[in-house]
Design a protein around this ligand. Structure first.
Ligand code: SF4
Length: 203
């Protein structure tokens, strides 16, 4: 049921013209994975390889993400992966505020269909969609309740490929949240919000 609704949505995304990003892109990248496990990963935007294949996280950063998942006993088939914008920005630049705002409706439809328990934000853009004032250096690795979800901010895997310090922190954040990511039902025990505490949330 979810899969067919997501396929239908992907067809709408393929012909979307709400912003100009489609003009320079070869393919839309709506997202892929298992919509039933309760875990949604949200990155920033498709890059070169993603644009060619129409699939999210298939370049070096994607291979590294697969590796991070494997280390905590998961695979790509155990999560659903998407991005804030569904077409590649030219030269891999960050999507603009207007482009993100234009694409939000697709993300919201994916949230409605998937009903994730845990949302892992990869990088600053998806983090600030759910926690607008948060700094990734302050909140990474800590789960927070936002709307009906637990939002777990993480550094973007591409940032980890550029910095050993971020690699260490990202791998540690995955390990720290191994239990939650393997059992998203644990999310119901997480009660603190970023706005309330400004600190790490607790089980
Ligand atoms: S990036 Fe999003 S809003 Fe812009 S054309 Fe693609 S699907 Fe539509």
């Amino acid at each position: 049921m979810e899969k067919s609704r997501l396929l239908q949505l992907a067809k709408q995304i393929e012909v979307c013209r709400r912003c100009d990003l489609y003009k320079g892109a070869k393919n839309a990248v709506p997202g892929e994975g298992n919509p039933k496990t309760g875990i949604l990963f949200i990155g920033e935007a498709p890059g070169f390889n993603e644009d060619i294949q129409g699939l999210p996280f298939v370049g070096n950063a994607g291979k590294y993400l697969d590796n991070l998942l494997t280390k905590i006993g998961l695979s790509r088939g155990d999560v659903f992966i998407t991005n804030m914008v569904k077409h590649r920005p030219p030269e891999n630049r960050d999507p603009s505020f207007g482009e993100i705002a234009a694409c939000n409706a697709w993300l919201e439809e994916q949230l409605t269909i998937i009903e994730p328990k845990v949302i892992v934000t990869l990088g600053r853009l998806s983090l600030n969609y759910f926690l607008p004032n948060a700094k990734i250096s302050d909140v990474h690795g800590h789960p927070y309740r936002v709307r009906n979800y637990i939002v777990l901010p993480m550094y973007h895997p591409a940032a980890a490929l550029r910095s050993m310090q971020i690699t260490t922190e990202l791998e540690s954040d995955f390990q720290k949240n191994l239990e939650l990511l393997n059992n998203p039902d644990l999310s119901k025990h997480i009660t603190e919000s970023y706005q309330d505490s400004g600190q790490a949330s607790l089980f």
